[in-house]
Write a new protein. Sequence first.
Length: 86
Amino acid sequence: MKDAPDLKPEIVAANIRKIREFKSYTQDYLAARLSISQNAYSKIELGYSKLTVERLFQIAAVLDVKVMQLIVIDHSHGVNLNQLTE
């Protein structure tokens, strides 16, 4: 397992995108649920916008996952999409 300082924001952003796509949600859907524009949401997934802890929890709630599923410390395995269906 890697140390927390190795966690990069782009990994979290990529995990958000992977889970959103796995659940067949559109960027428009998440943006609407978060009360932001689709463009603003797109910047989150691209890593152009910094995520606040509050926004991270909001995204986890919309995706119906635990925040820790968005923050994968062991990058070699990525997010385990199979756990989302259990």
